[in-house]
Design a protein around this ligand. Structure first.
Ligand SMILES: [Zn+2]
Ligand SMILES: [Zn+2]
Length: 329
């Protein structure tokens, strides 16, 4: 059973400061990961149920207690488990500080593989793998974003055509974005729509998204698309803006969304929208755009939620002794 203690409230490292803190410094980086809930701060022996000791040289937790087996006979408990078991760094084959630097670079709008090859000497395969791995964290965040709105809060929504893309070996497909923005705070939610069966004009596609990402009681402002017809029976106050209305009535959403779309389009030209991992890469962009102040801090908090140190998960894995031996490297 692992213990996780998140002790970092809100760190803000600039790109260069992060590099200067962790370059070649694995112990510092592991402390940083512990403070963000990515690594456990302690582990209980699964046989003795008492705290294990962490050996820094091997990054393994060992029990090593002497337990009585018979009268006057004692045996040393051989329980051990890797510090990285179940975490983001499980099976990592490069020094952990390099993963820190990789993530720091991944969370920049100027992200590229080239710098990773040249500066931390990842092979192209390692770089691609870690990009996918990191994108899974941002994708998980994107799908589980906090809903916006609430009673008396005005939220403008729209489904907007975004781009055509060509998934490898398949026909061109349209990508639409479902967007919601709080009028006052400008808090927003953006979800890409391009999966088979998703129709950006239909209630079957849009209603579940609205229910998931916009709180009941919100005042929803939309165009007169029929998909939104039943909103007022779903616990929302629904207002339709007319395209002839003055700027004050319908302008906030259009302005904010259009600015957003221009930025995403510019970004998408660089990173290749043809990839099969469209959603993942899109979520990378959204994450960076959402957490401009402290993306690395937020990223590792999200990482700890997705890859939980072993035993801190609601359904802890069970180890038998053979498995424990195989964890020893
Ligand atoms: Zn932090
Ligand atoms: Zn033990």
């Amino acid at each position: 059973m692992a213990t996780v203690e998140i002790t970092c409230n809100e760190c803000e490292y600039s790109y260069y400061l992060f590099i200067s803190m962790f370059y070649t410094n694995t112990p510092n980086f592991l402390d940083y990961l512990r403070a963000h809930g990515v690594l456990p701060t302690g582990v209980l022996c699964e046989k003795c149920e008492l705290p294990c000791t962490l050996r820094q040289e091997t990054n393994m937790f060992y029990c090593g207690r002497y337990v009585a087996v018979q009268k006057q006979k004692r045996k040393q408990c051989n329980y051990s488990v890797s510090l990285f078991k179940g975490t983001f760094l499980e099976n990592v084959r490069v020094p952990p500080w390099k993963i820190g630097l990789f993530v720091n670079h991944f969370l920049q709008t100027f992200w590229d593989h080239e710098t990773v090859y040249r500066c931390i000497h990842f092979s192209s395969k390692t770089s691609v793998d870690w990009r996918t791995y990191c994108s899974e964290v941002t994708h998980n965040w994107m799908c589980n974003q906090e809903p916006i709105g609430g009673p008396k809060i005005s939220v403008e929504i729209d489904a907007t055509f975004f781009v055509k893309r060509n998934p490898r070996g398949r026909q061109l497909s349209d990508v639409w974005l479902f967007c919601g923005i709080e009028r006052e705070s400008k808090k927003k939610i953006i979800i890409p729509l391009h999966k088979e069966g998703q129709d950006p004009q239909s209630a079957e596609t849009l209603l579940p998204l609205i229910k998931q990402y916009i709180r009941i009681g919100s005042i929803i402002i939309s165009d007169d698309c029929t998909a939104y017809k039943t909103l007022s029976t779903e616990g929302y106050v629904h207002k339709v803006f007319s395209h002839n209305a003055n700027f004050e009535d319908s302008g906030i959403h259009k302005q904010t969304i259009e600015k957003q779309l221009r930025k995403i389009k510019k970004w998408s030209k660089r990173v290749g929208m043809r990839s099969e991992n469209f959603d993942q890469y899109f979520s990378q962009y959204l994450f960076i755009d959402t957490f401009t102040e402290n993306p690395v801090h937020q990223f590792f908090l999200e990482t700890g939620k997705l890859y939980r140190p072993h035993g801190s998960h609601p359904r802890p894995p069970v180890y038998d002794s053979d498995e424990v031996d195989s964890l020893a490297h």
